[in-house]
Design a protein around this ligand. Sequence first.
Ligand code: ADP
Ligand code: MG
Length: 256
Amino acid sequence: MAKIFCVANQKGGVGKTTTAVNLAAGLARLEQRVLLVDLDPQGNATMGAGINKATLTASVYEVLLGLSDVAGARQRSDAGGFDVLPANRELAGAEVEMVELDNREKRLKDALAVVDAEYDFVLIDCPPALSMLTLNGLCAAHGVVIPMQCEYYALEGLSDLVNTIKKVHAKLNPDLKIIGLLRVMFDPRMTLSQQVSAQLEQHFGDKVFKTLIPRNVRLAEAPSYGVPGVTFDPSSKGAQAYIAFGEEMVERIKTM
Ligand code: ADP
Ligand code: MG
């Protein structure tokens, strides 16, 4: 049975997509069978995995609306060594179109159940909002990975996300838990980064992943080549950190 994780944070630009794509590639290097689900109409995870969002015949949009199954819409990322359930702008319409459907927050969960046995990990890259799309991700998942930058306002947004996760846990998905907080774009030279990082460890203890993802330009460059950073420059500090994070995730699910 696959372990299913959302990469979520309602803020944009905090490193969700970079984390989803590079964790997928890191896990693939560890011989894990991975499906990356792009749940953001921006389609950045799709492009970052080397799949052209402009020429999709089917996507997660069709899957959510019941017009395709996962097997009919997924594609292989040769660059990453994992499968991708891709997305493009069409997905923005799903939010409204799903309103009329039954069980609308569990559409993704039901679709993934069919391919569950084919994967060790399913990673869901969520959009920057606590929307019906994110809700579908949270209802499908066993856990949430929350990437965050160690800056002052990061903590402020966190409580909304934690409250949403608590509500989903109570009402819709009793399996759901926070797997951990991942410190990303970390700059050890900044005092504020150190302080916020220490605060996170104090409040969240074991829930803070040991792996720290540094700010690294190779990770930012890789998407323009349609290749995960882990594949683009495996020896770079950013790639090494995401490979270590993959190892930490493999360890962590053993205790789940
Ligand atoms: P989100 O999906 O939360 O909107 P992204 O993963 O797209 O965030 O990241 C936002 C921007 O920051 C992108 O341009 C990405 O390349 C860059 N970025 C993300 N993580 C890193 C990192 N560790 N080092 C350098 N740049 C990063
Ligand atoms: Mg994103």
